[in-house]
Design a protein around this ligand. Structure first.
Ligand code: COA
Length: 172
């Protein structure tokens, strides 16, 4: 049996991929790459160090041979039965291999154990890849007062004039 946390071992090149909790020490390496992983959008400022320090218990990293190749920042606040995914990102050359799904499944397990019944996540209407990913992950779009590109959105969601797509699903 592989050690707990080892999710995949490629026998050909002996690459070991494992999932672990995110740590405060991951903050620097992650903010150094997120803008690139998000196609040049300025995302790093939305990911302050506090998430890595205070929400590590509900946040996860995927490591390949010791290098972080994907991460999910999630939290449980109040209401205590609702979890929230703030960021999920996979290094571009590691996409479409199930890592995003695996991170979400790990998060569902964790927040389910904590008594959560629903999970929410939010994305920008321009991020059509994220919309399709969340739909594939079983999320529904929470109806807003407007629509962009055929998707229902919540205008001025954060008070900055920008609309957001709001996703919700039950914890499996
Ligand atoms: C969105 C993202 C996290 C998906 O990660 P991933 O590891 O490539 O996704 P997976 O391989 O686990 O795919 C899971 C499912 O989503 C679907 N999916 C993922 N990305 C998709 C895309 N761009 N378009 C259509 N479907 C997509 C897959 O087809 C798969 O569906 P299936 O299991 O029913 O076959 C990744 O593309 C990414 O990091 N994007 C940039 C950051 C971002 O936008 N994050 C989300 C907002 S916080």
């Amino acid at each position: 049996m592989p050690p707990r946390g080892v999710v995949r071992r490629r026998l050909v090149d002996c690459t070991v991929v494992k999932i672990r909790h995110l740590e405060e020490a991951d903050h620097g390496p992650v903010v150094a790459v997120v803008d690139g992983w998000w196609g040049g959008r300025r995302m790093a400022t939305k990911l302050p160090r506090l998430f890595f320090r205070y929400f590590a218990g509900t946040s996860f990293a995927v490591e390949e041979d010791g290098e972080l190749v994907a991460f999910l920042v999630g939290l449980v606040g109040s209401p205590a039965d609702e979890a929230y995914v703030h960021f999920v990102g996979v290094r571009p050359d590691h996409r479409s291999q199930g890592l995003g799904r695996r991170l979400y499944e790990t998060f569902f397990d964790e927040v389910g154990r904590r008594g959560c019944r629903t999970v929410r996540a939010i994305t920008s209407p321009v991020n059509t890849g994220s919309i399709r990913f969340h739909t594939s992950m079983g999320f529904e779009v929470l109806r807003g007062e407007d629509a962009e590109g055929g998707t229902s959105v919540h205008p001025n969601y954060d008070g900055d004039g920008e609309a957001r797509v709001v996703f919700v699903r039950e914890v499996p």
